[in-house]
Design a protein around this ligand. Structure first.
Ligand SMILES: [Zn+2]
Ligand SMILES: [Zn+2]
Length: 339
């Protein structure tokens, strides 16, 4: 029992290697999680490619982790072996820097802990987590259901609930992939008049089954014109990674509307004059910290929001990653360990 399976990357752009490693021991302030499921997120490509600055190898990717705590390090309060726990992109924070003391833990200035980037992540039988980064996992959610909510879920849920829209407001979700299929569900359950925007008429039935009130096919229709026709959007949640698709919806914002950007597009070209007339804005949104993850999981249980997953065994990591990267996964790929 002293060895575990792990999927590691040994160099930038190196292959996934399935290796045996020593099971790590939790240091002070950390716990060891026996991993049950770990989602495969597009940001895992930062670990695979080495595009994140300062990453050291070998590194185990994965930041959509659900499992059982099986060992607790010194000085950890509130967590005991046997508890279910989730771990997402935010791997913890210092608690004493200026940003932390103002409550902006996500922007911690002295310690950047990113799961699967600065420390080993969840593509393994076990992983180590800082205690402040842990989220409680309700028993109503299976490990595979909960895993994608630790990044795709928290990112869309926490962005939508902080975007300034009120029940009844017009809220559009741009893109209907791994993030968007959750964003449409959350927006609908939050009581927004939810508009899904995607390419192709074939996605309309899916969008409506997820709770969309209206569907805009951006191949056939101008999304800005259509949103204006509906009164103008209070919020557009931009889940796509194409800057031109984001620019194309800006004109659909209503007065004081905001384009909330969670898709890391390379660039975004816009006309500043277009922002002035309606006092519209553009804002980015960071996923959140552990309490936001707990809120995401609890809201998902309360309202029935679930990710649609393709599930793979840990050894099928190449297939799972390729499904995610190609955009063919419907809609999130999840690795399971059998633990
Ligand atoms: Zn992610
Ligand atoms: Zn800090």
């Amino acid at each position: 029992m002293s060895k575990m399976r792990a999927v590691q990357v040994s160099r930038p752009d190196g292959p996934f290697e399935i290796v045996e490693r020593e099971i790590p021991e939790p240091a002070a302030g950390t716990v060891r999680i026996k991993v049950q499921a770990c989602g495969v997120c597009h940001s895992d490509s930062l670990t695979k490619s080495g595009h994140f600055p300062g990453i050291s190898y070998p590194r185990i990717p994965g930041h959509e982790i659900i499992g059982i705590i099986d060992a607790v390090g010194a000085g950890v309060a509130g967590w005991t072996p046997g508890q279910r726990a989730g771990l997402g992109w935010n791997g913890g924070y210092c608690g004493y820097c200026d940003n932390c003391r103002r409550g902006n833990f996500f922007a911690c200035r002295t310690a950047t802990y990113i799961t699967g980037i600065t420390s080993d992540g969840g593509y393994a039988d076990y992983t180590i987590a800082r205690a402040e980064a842990l989220a409680r996992v309700p028993e109503e959610l299976s490990a595979t259901e909960a895993a994608p909510l630790m990044c795709a879920g928290i990112t869309t849920f926490n962005c939508l609930r902080n975007a300034g829209a009120r029940p009844g407001d017009l809220v559009a979700v741009l893109g209907l992939g791994g993030l968007g299929h959750l964003g449409v569900q959350y927006a609908s359950k939050m009581g927004f008049r939810t508009v899904a925007i995607a390419r192709g008429q074939d996605k309309e039935a899916l969008a409506r089954s997820l709770g969309a009130w209206r569907y805009i096919d951006s191949r056939e229709q101008d999304p800005a014109v259509e949103l204006r026709r509906l009164g103008g959007a209070k919020v557009v949640l931009a889940t796509v990674t194409a800057g031109d698709a984001m620019a194309a919806v800006l004109g659909g914002l209503g007065v004081h509307g905001t384009l909330m950007v969670i898709g890391a597009a390379a660039s975004l070209q816009l006309s500043p004059a277009g922002l002035i007339a309606g006092c519209t804005g553009i804002q980015g949104w960071y996923s959140g910290t552990s309490i936001d993850s707990e809120d995401t999981l609890a809201f998902s249980v309360l309202t029935g929001v679930r990710p649609m997953n393709e599930v793979f065994a840990l050894e099928q990591v190449d297939e799972a990653y390729e499904r995610m990267l190609s955009g063919k996964a419907r809609f999130r790929a999840v690795l399971t360990t059998g633990n």
